[in-house]
Ligand binder design. Sequence first.
Ligand code: CA
Length: 228
Amino acid sequence: MAHLLLVEDDPLVRSALIRALTERGHAVISASAGMPGLTRAVEDRPDLVVLDLGLPDLDGCEVLRMLRAVSTVPVIVATARDDEREIVRALDAGADDYVVKPFGGAQLDARIRAVLRRGRDADDGMPAVAVGGLRVEPAAREATLDGVLLGLTPKEFDLLHYLAVRAGQVVTRRELLTEVWRMAYGGADKTVDVHLSWLRRKLGESAQRPRYLQTVHGVGVKLVDPGP
Ligand code: CA
């Protein structure tokens, strides 16, 4: 299951794709033009963007270039014709994959899963990290606390892993936004705080009584071994 942003101006295509992707277990938000699509990509931080290249306000490749200036979120572009030049232009502008219209929900879903898997394969070679009673295993994408499996969302896992690898070091919100959310900028530092508070709850602690997750006021957060 992934959080997807669909940028598509044709209302029939949009609703058909939302239905097909939702049926396959994804959470889908959508935009009907380039500018609102960019806003949602920055504010809602989806796992992947499906971007139609033929949009009413901006050229899809232009949208992609603007998005790439601020984000490395995976993008699959949808092109109207099997136009090789258009596809090359989109790939050069930073698209991770493409689909040619008309395409079905099954094909799009398979491409989405393949693009997301490529990102995850990068984790496979990474060693497990242990900090106190916490153990984080990137290959299995699992974390345990005192031997008990933590039910983490993908973003919570990425956040915990990023902090665990840097145990004892202060990590800034900006760095987390850039490295965990792959956002080079964005006003919503609140996203980081919200995820940190969810993670805290799953670790059985609170901001008032922290153990592993220590806030360093005005700077950021660090993950520490709380000791016995
Ligand atoms: Ca279109």
